[in-house]
Design a protein around this ligand. Structure first.
Ligand SMILES: [Zn+2]
Length: 372
């Protein structure tokens, strides 16, 4: 048994936003932008330094504002400035960094969530106010969780509160590992009994469908507010469909893995080199996609006490899982080993090697020959 932390973000839609809340959004936005400009002009990437050099003047200018808003604004400004610097180094940012979103970051001094009553109590320049939110079924599962940071987000659809919840979970000692290979259109599982399960996800069809739809909109409707709105609408629909698909997939995988107590996934930090994308999809989307599916699998597994480990993806789809020799392509999807004659579908090989790597990492008594 070992203990791990699970973190999840839940979204609450506020029933109404009083006038005072909009003022708070405005003030906070002003402050964050002031801080970003200050950080930019003085090249400050340290939260403490930024806070120290600006705190008293801001305090004077906004005497009514609870001081923790200044702390969180400094946190946001430093992280925005840092990511701006990173982008600028890669030649992807010009001009001066600006904060455009309507977001307020909250720490535990600024809000108190009362899940049961469906109310969040918020510190504001006018004192504590209570804001009701629409409860959903999935909020119930957080009732024993610890509440961490939160963000108030103003959108055209209303004001939302995003809250990070965390919880300690007990992870059981795994008996074996299920190797999970994620691909653009299928998920392939390698089972300890030597069987393989391939789930066709149809993700590519869904994405291609929305891709075609977006192209049509761009062709027919000229650039402007209406086009942006339509594109946003379809973008949102696509994301919802994909997220829904990922939850179902993750549930299936967990169901199979429960028996063994372990799941092995690829560590996708270098996914760009690793995954074979179809041409119409860009890499950023893909990285988002695979990581998102992984994170759903990971937290669902942890909540069931299943151990999740991440293995190095190098050569998982190019070495023979039987003898360890390099494989060569035979036709479209099949790979063949010139040494021992083994041949199989490339995704089957991928998931098998992921499982073998996990066993090796976990210190299985007889590390498979291929990976010694
Ligand atoms: Zn071989």
């Amino acid at each position: 048994m070992s203990s791990e932390t699970v973190k999840l973000t839940a979204r609450f839609k506020l029933k109404e936003a009083p006038e005072g809340l909009y003022d708070l959004f405005k003030t906070y936005h002003e402050i964050v932008n002031y801080l970003i400009t200050y950080a930019y002009e003085n090249n400050i990437t340290s939260f403490y330094r930024l806070k120290e050099e600006t705190y008293y003047s801001l305090r004077e200018k906004y005497p009514e504002l609870p001081s923790h808003y200044l702390y969180t604004a400094c946190q946001m400004a430093t992280s925005i400035y840092k990511s701006y610097r990173k982008r600028r180094r890669r030649g992807k940012a010009r001009g001066k960094p600006v904060f455009k979103k309507e977001v307020i970051m909250l720490d535990d001094h600024l809000f108190k969530l009362e899940l049961k009553r469906g109310v969040v109590r918020l510190s504001t320049p006018r004192g504590r106010i209570s804001l009701g939110f629409y409860p959903t079924k999935y909020h119930e599962k957080f009732k024993d969780w610890r509440v961490g940071q939160a963000w108030l987000v103003k959108t055209p659809k209303g004001v939302f509160l995003n809250v990070v919840f965390s919880r300690e979970v007990e992870i059981k000692e795994p008996k074996d590992f299920l190797g999970v290979d994620l691909n653009e259109n299928n998920v392939t599982l390698s089972l300890p009994n030597g069987e393989f399960v391939q789930i066709i996800t149809h993700e590519r069809e869904i994405r291609t469908g929305y891709f075609v739809k977006r192209k049509k909109i761009q062709k027919k409707i000229k650039a402007g507010k209406r086009r942006r709105k339509l594109l946003r609408k379809y973008g949102e629909r696509e994301r919802n469909r994909i997220t829904d698909l990922y939850h179902k997939l993750a549930n299936k995988i967990i169901e199979i893995a429960e028996k063994y107590g372990g799941i092995a996934l690829e560590n996708l930090k270098n996914i760009r080199e690793h995954v074979r994308y179809s041409r119409e999809l860009n890499g950023r989307l893909h990285r988002w996609s695979f990581r998102k599916l992984q994170s759903i699998i990971e937290y669902k597994a942890k909540l069931r006490g299943i151990k999740v480990i991440f293995v190095d993806p190098a050569q998982t789809s190019s070495l023979c899982p039987i003898c360890g020799e390099r494989l060569s392509p035979k036709g479209h999807r099949v790979l063949k080993c010139g040494n021992c004659g083994f041949e199989a579908d490339r995704d089957v090989i991928g998931s098998w090697n992921i499982r073998l790597k996990a066993l090796k990492m976990w210190g299985a008594p007889f590390p498979p020959k291929a990976l010694q």
